[in-house]
Design a binder for this molecule. Structure first.
Ligand SMILES: Cc1cc2nc3c(=O)[nH]c(=O)nc-3n(C[C@H](O)[C@H](O)[C@H](O)COP(=O)(O)OP(=O)(O)OC[C@H]3O[C@@H](n4cnc5c(N)ncnc54)[C@H](O)[C@@H]3O)c2cc1C
Length: 447
């Protein structure tokens, strides 16, 4: 039997929880148990099929664990004895723990569509060999159908077109791609960037069958139309991977996610914590359970869990939901509520919008037009959300919004914001779009 103070089961959020634990409690022995030989950068998976060229170029180095004094065991954990505080691994080795962290993540949702098990139908699993096979099989593909126009589907569509003569069609059940993440005007802009590179988008369309004998030859849409396809990629979401948690007797909630308190402690056992995609989440805004799964949320929860293991005082404020993506060279990002989400939550809101180039003068090389839409609570003036499209600068601008939301900044405070500016790096200080969008929201708030 091996011994550790802390045993963590998982990948990316497992690493973050381990590092956080060692930073807060350097005297503790931490062991990470991971069933994958290699951890992929999950958000980089679509780029395997274009920009980065292969799964070997998209991995998180294990050196990070070594550097932080964390032991790594590459095995699957198959059972947990809560009374004895023992984890059993697939090779029958046992590990004792004081504190156990579930960071077992999520697996792709595979819909019960007839034909879904045919060859060349791929879900997006975060597994090295599986994704290497997908890359190999794609070499002979002529017609790729992607089911689901969420950010995984559109990123795959964009990347698979790179350096490949291939027909790509995205089939999306809603009226726009990315509709669950962004407001319509941003969805429309994103769709036009995708069609610019030759991707065909079918919205309000549902795949009801995958056709072919052993290998896929096409898909049938609910109206009866058939599309040719020699490969299908499923990008319709993920579900928490909590089979072991269930076997361990942990209480599960919505979609079988592990129920945790604000300190990331499981409801069932104060010595067992959970973080990342396998843990249940509450909205920062409404306190209601929500099913968003993002690496940014997973690693934040992991840092909180790691810090709380031997002194649970760090409170998880809930999910703000900040995400960004890049489609055909244009970035799209959202933090907090979209206008659609504010309406659904019954919130009385005010909007401010602004546009500016992200260099000044706008004629500088590689300059992009940035479009910002901010949403404020009408009676308190608090920032509730922001959506941005533009160039690469959007990636960090949205993080600024996330900080503003988390600290409940008001439109007035953002309007007084002292940002650093530089002609080659940022919008002009006169036209800084986040500040100007906040400024435009101040007057309507008085109505
Ligand atoms: C294609 C794609 C693109 C994405 N892009 C983005 C993005 O741009 N931005 C963003 O914020 N999010 C993105 N996400 C979401 C993000 O990947 C997830 O939110 C994140 O991976 C969650 O991390 P996690 O550690 O909770 O779980 P996972 O990454 O799922 O890791 C769980 C790990 O636990 C291991 N494990 C499971 N059970 C056991 C066991 N019993 N014993 C040992 N090990 C076990 C698994 O093998 C796995 O390695 C993307 C996801 C995908 C699929």
């Amino acid at each position: 039997m091996k011994q550790a103070d802390v045993v963590i089961l998982g990948g990316i959020s497992g690493i973050a929880a381990g590092v956080s634990c060692r930073q807060h409690y350097p005297e503790k022995k931490v062991t990470l148990v991971r069933k994958e030989g290699t951890v992929l950068i999950p958000c980089g998976i679509p780029y395997i099929y274009g920009t980065v060229g292969g799964p070997q170029n998209n991995v998180i180095p294990d050196g990070l664990l070594e550097k932080n004094g964390i032991e790594l065991i590459k095995e699957e954990a198959v059972s947990v004895d809560r009374e004895k505080r023992l984890v059993t691994l697939q090779d029958n080795e046992t590990l004792s723990y004081d504190k156990l962290v579930f960071a077992t993540g999520s697996i792709p949702l595979v819909p019960p569509i007839p034909g879904v098990n045919k060859k060349n139908v791929y879900a997006v699993k975060k597994e090295f060999d599986y994704l290497a096979d997908l890359l190999e099989d794609m070499k002979t593909v002529k017609d790729l159908v992607i089911i689901g126009g969420g950010f995984i589907g559109v990123e795959f569509a964009d990347e698979c077109r790179k350096n490949r003569d291939i027909n790509v069609t995205v089939v999306e059940a809603l009226s726009h791609c990315l509709q669950t993440a962004m407001d319509d005007e941003f969805c429309i802009e994103a769709e036009s960037k995708l069609t610019e590179v030759g991707v065909k988008i079918l919205t309000n369309a549902k795949v009801e069958a995958i056709l072919g004998d052993d290998i896929v030859t096409g898909v049938r849409l609910s109206g009866g139309t058939d599309l040719k396809a020699d490969m299908v990629i499923l990008g319709i979401g993920a579900i928490p991977n909590t089979v072991l948690a269930k076997k361990t007797g942990l209480k599960l909630g919505v979609k079988n996610a592990i129920k945790v308190n604000h300190y990331m402690q499981s409801h069932t056992d104060p010595n067992i914590f959970a973080c990342g995609d396998c843990a249940e989440k509450q909205s920062f805004f409404t306190g209601r359970t929500i099913g968003v799964m993002l690496a940014s949320i997973a690693t934040s929860e992991a840092r909180i869990a790691g810090a709380n293991l031997f002194s649970p005082v760090h409170r998880n404020p809930g999910v703000i939901s900040t995400f960004s993506t890049m489609i055909n060279g244009r970035a799209f990002a959202v933090s907090g509520l979209t206008e659609r989400a504010a309406i659904q939550a019954g919130i009385n809101y005010v909007i401010g919008t602004a546009e500016a180039t992200d260099t000044h003068p706008g004629g500088m090389p590689n300059s992009s037009l940035v479009k910002v839409k901010l949403i404020f609570a009408k009676y308190t003036g608090e920032l509730l959300g922001g959506s941005i499209s533009g160039g690469k600068t959007v990636g960090e601008m949205v993080n600024l919004l996330s900080a503003g939301i988390m600290h409940r900044m008001t439109a007035n405070e953002i309007y007084q914001f002292q940002m650093g500016t530089h002609p080659a790096l940022t919008p002009s200080p006169i036209a800084y779009p986040i500040v100007n969008a906040a400024g435009k929201a101040i007057l309507p708030m008085r109505d």
